[in-house]
Write a protein that binds this ligand. Structure first.
Ligand code: HEC
Length: 114
């Protein structure tokens, strides 16, 4: 009986650890990595359908300039940035809460063009 318990315990542990090995950490999208990797993809999927000719222009290669020169980003007071405020306000449903957090992280990092 003891042997059986040990065997079952071992099997359980083996499968348990296997499950851990197979656990996949969700791919990026959760944290800010760089403007090109984390932020531009949000613009591409959620914004450029409207913002290719409308300010701020959010198309790849143009978006960073457009946001900085247009004054949409305030690195000394990130949360008050009009880009972020817009996403909390009338554009609330345009992108996910997680994406808003990524955009805020980017501004807090100094809004680099990286
Ligand atoms: C369905 C079309 C549409 C989509 C998608 C869209 N926008 Fe807009 N956006 C507009 C329109 C129209 C305005 C101008 C009217 C207003 O301010 O709401 C605007 C205004 C803005 C403004 C304020 C511009 C200013 O000069 O005051 C910002 C910032 C902005 N959008 C950012 C974004 C971001 C970031 C996304 C993607 C997450 C996005 N928009 C997605 C249509 C859209």
């Amino acid at each position: 009986m003891k042997k059986l318990i040990v065997i079952f315990t071992l099997i359980f542990l083996a499968f348990g650890f296997n499950a851990c090995d197979n656990y996949v950490i969700p791919p990026s999208g959760d944290v800010y990595v760089s403007f090109s990797t984390s932020v531009q993809p949000i613009f591409n999927s959620d914004c450029v359908s409207c913002h290719t000719s409308r300010d701020p222009i959010l198309s790849e290669g143009v978006s960073h300039n457009s946001l900085i020169n247009g004054g949409y980003v305030n690195t000394s007071s990130p949360e008050s940035s009009s880009l972020y405020q817009k996403l909390l306000g009338s554009h609330d449903s345009r992108t996910s809460t997680n994406n808003k957090a990524i955009i805020l992280d980017w501004i807090e990092a100094g809004a680099p063009n990286d």
